[in-house]
Design a protein around this ligand. Structure first.
Ligand code: FAD
Length: 600
């Protein structure tokens, strides 16, 4: 049973490292920093501990978690003008030990090598694919697949993944049965099944890994992989229910701000712990910038109207946010008699009762870890790819465009990724269950939507109150840049085109979303606007970039203008990676061992 701290154990005490946020990245750091018994570490986590919580451990528990404030922050965006009816969007984010790794959909994928090499090109020495793989392998323990299920086989190279890290990762032994036919359909379009997806070459189709224990079939997260096994270290304290409200600093812009303490709220009262070495913010892409701004570090024009004294004017905080946008559809009703298993079918006890091993144990409405993915470049998806690239290039190079000089430089690197015919710009995923009703009950449905890999639109997240309990204002600027809509539309059309080919077309009874009446590009775009959503992968709000390019932290993850405040979580990514990011968060946090080196 883990040994969690009480406030009285820690209040007023001095710690070498104070970690704000015990989520995915925060608990990796807690483990690695406390490996040295001479160093003291405290984790302050706003949510609860959730030790051995069956909802978290269940691979299907994430849906009830999304609607439960015990596990999730329940944040919303501002109205989005480029969506139908100026919609507000739910911005999901995990709360409690493990953070978002405890509520996510378990998908475990690595980015394209060029996604990561772009970080180094942007002025961050050491942030390249070779180091990514070194640290990713240090984190993961990938287990060999059980005998392949149906024809949908894991295709991967043993040496591309780690085998003895703390985080067990495996291939889910069950699948819906739609994945292989989709692979065959995409192969007719030149998008082939590959074995290099975990080795930095991701354009193609392949089965995703999952943060799933290979034997227990339970979720693995940063809490059960990194924290609970070491929680009895005497130099490590973990306080839950502790909302970090600000970093208390001394000094000024000239000398650099020094974090002396961290203030937190616990049980309605405010306390402090003192800092001997570093304060590390790992509160996620939405909350890490909030803590900085509450501490007087941010854009003076945002802080001063709220009555917050500006200790350090750093207007880049909370800017440059990017997210993965998706939509509903194309989605299909499936024919009977094809051995397809979807969430709707499993809800039927008779259907479940007839399942054979390894399927018979599965239950609940959304039992399947999503494992069927395709990633491809715009060049494969759109006949007018070059024209679209020329258009966005011209806009970026036009001095009259409303971009800062720094963002323009970041865009130039992002443009190189878009031009590269081997680097994915859009993704298709198999969702074998329905989040919204698709048609008559009792039928099987599958949603095969596109996901925009690397948006050009840039959003913001800022405080609009000095009250630390008030939610920050999230404005993702969805589809503000036309190119984003063009790319996701191209992805949508590829997904639909794959359904013309056997064996994929043979399992489909009819398209239910958007349906056969939606044909032209304009109609598809209207459909996407009215069915757009995010898959909750926000990055960029504390970007690791040179300060004059819009940076918040340097390549050692230290906030500019401070002597000892770092950010280590997904918010530091300057450009969104073209895949689901949890593996990247683990790799980033493992690379956080540069913090150790700084204090040797
Ligand atoms: C619903 C959902 C599904 C997802 N599915 C996938 C998937 O299948 N595959 C994938 O690759 N990625 C997925 N992701 C994304 C991925 O899980 C996250 O991007 C990643 O886990 C973020 O890690 P982090 O360390 O940046 O932040 P988090 O893991 O979110 O950690 C932040 C922590 O800080 C705490 N905190 C916040 N504010 C404070 C404060 N003021 N004081 C103290 N503590 C605070 C939070 O409670 C939380 O524990 C999903 C995300 C969500 C939300």
């Amino acid at each position: 049973m883990p040994l969690l701290s009480n406030p009285e154990d820690v209040i007023g005490r001095r710690f070498d490292f104070i970690i704000a946020g015990g989520g995915t990245a925060g608990l990796v750091l807690a483990n690695r920093l406390s490996e040295n018994p001479d160093v003291s570490v405290i984790v302050l986590e706003a949510g609860n501990a959730h030790v051995d919580d069956p909802i978290i451990l269940s691979p299907t528990g994430w849906v009830p978690q999304l609607f439960n404030s015990e596990y999730e922050w329940g944040l919303q965006s501002t109205p989005q003008p480029h969506s139908l009816d100026q919609r507000l969007f739910e911005f999901r984010s995990g709360k409690g030990l493990g953070g978002s790794s405890s509520i996510n959909c378990l998908v475990y994928l690595k980015p394209h090598r060029a996604d990561i090499d772009a970080f180094e090109k942007l002025g961050n020495p050491g942030w390249n694919w070779e180091n990514y793989q070194k640290y990713s392998k240090k984190a993961e323990s990938v287990h060999a697949p059980v005998p392949p299920v149906r024809q949908f086989r894991p295709t991967y190279n043993h040496d591309d993944v780690g085998h003895d890290g703390p985080l067990p990762v495996s291939f889910c032994p069950i699948a819906s049965g739609v994945e292989y036919p989709l692979q065959k359909g995409l192969s007719e379009l030149g998008i082939e099944t590959i074995s290099t997806g975990f080795g930095g070459e991701t354009a193609g189709t392949y089965k995703a890994l999952a943060s799933l224990h290979p034997v227990k079939m339970t979720r693995t997260d940063s809490a059960n992989a990194y924290l609970f096994p070491v929680i009895d270290r005497p130099n490590l304290q973990v306080l839950t229910g502790a909302l970090v409200t600000k970093v208390v600093t001394s000094g000024d812009e000239a000398t650099g701000l020094t974090a002396d303490a961290v203030e937190f709220e616990h049980g309605g009262k405010f306390y402090q712990v003192l800092c001997a070495k570093d304060v590390i913010l790992s509160a996620g892409a939405i909350k890490s910038p909030q803590i900085l701004e509450l501490s007087g570090i941010g854009d003076r024009s945002i802080l001063e109207p709220l009555g917050i004294e500006t200790k350090l004017d750093l207007p880049t905080i909370g800017t440059n946010t990017q997210d993965h946008f998706t939509c509903t559809g194309p989605a299909y009703e499936l024919r009977d008699g094809n051995d397809i298993i979807t969430g709707e079918l499993i809800a039927d006890p008779d259907f479940r009762g007839n399942l054979k091993d390894p399927y018979k144990e599965i239950e609940g409405p959304l039992p399947l870890v999503m494992s069927g993915y395709a990633f491809f470049p715009l060049h494969k998806a759109a006949a007018n790819a070059q024209e679209l690239i020329d258009k966005i290039s011209a806009k970026i190079n036009d001095e009259a465009s409303p971009y800062s000089a720094g963002l323009r430089e970041v865009y130039h690197v992002q443009l190189e990724l878009l031009k590269d015919e081997d680097v994915p710009d859009v993704e298709i995923m198999v969702v074998p269950f329905s989040v919204i009703p698709m048609g008559p009950a009792g039928r099987a449905y599958v949603n095969v939507p596109p996901v925009l890999s690397r948006p050009f639109s840039r959003g913001t997240v800022h405080i609009n109150s000095a009250d630390p309990l008030a939610p920050p204002v999230i404005d993702p600027h969805i589809f503000e840049e036309d190119i984003d809509m063009e790319i996701i539309t191209a992805g949508f059309k590829v997904s639909r085109a794959a359904a013309q080919f056997s064996p994929y077309k043979d399992i489909i009874a009819r398209e239910v979303k958007p349906g056969p009446d939606v044909v032209t590009d304009d109609q598809i775009k209207e459909h996407i606007k009215s069915h757009v959503g995010t898959v909750w992968h926000m990055v960029g709000s504390c970007s690791m970039l040179p300060r004059d390019k819009g940076g918040v932290v340097d390549a050692k993850l230290k906030v500019y203008g401070t002597n000892n405040i770092r950010v280590v979580d997904l918010s530091i990514l300057p450009i969104l990676v073209s895949t689901h990011p949890q593996a990247t968060v683990y790799a980033v946090a493992e690379q956080g061992d540069i913090i150790k080196a700084d204090h040797m």
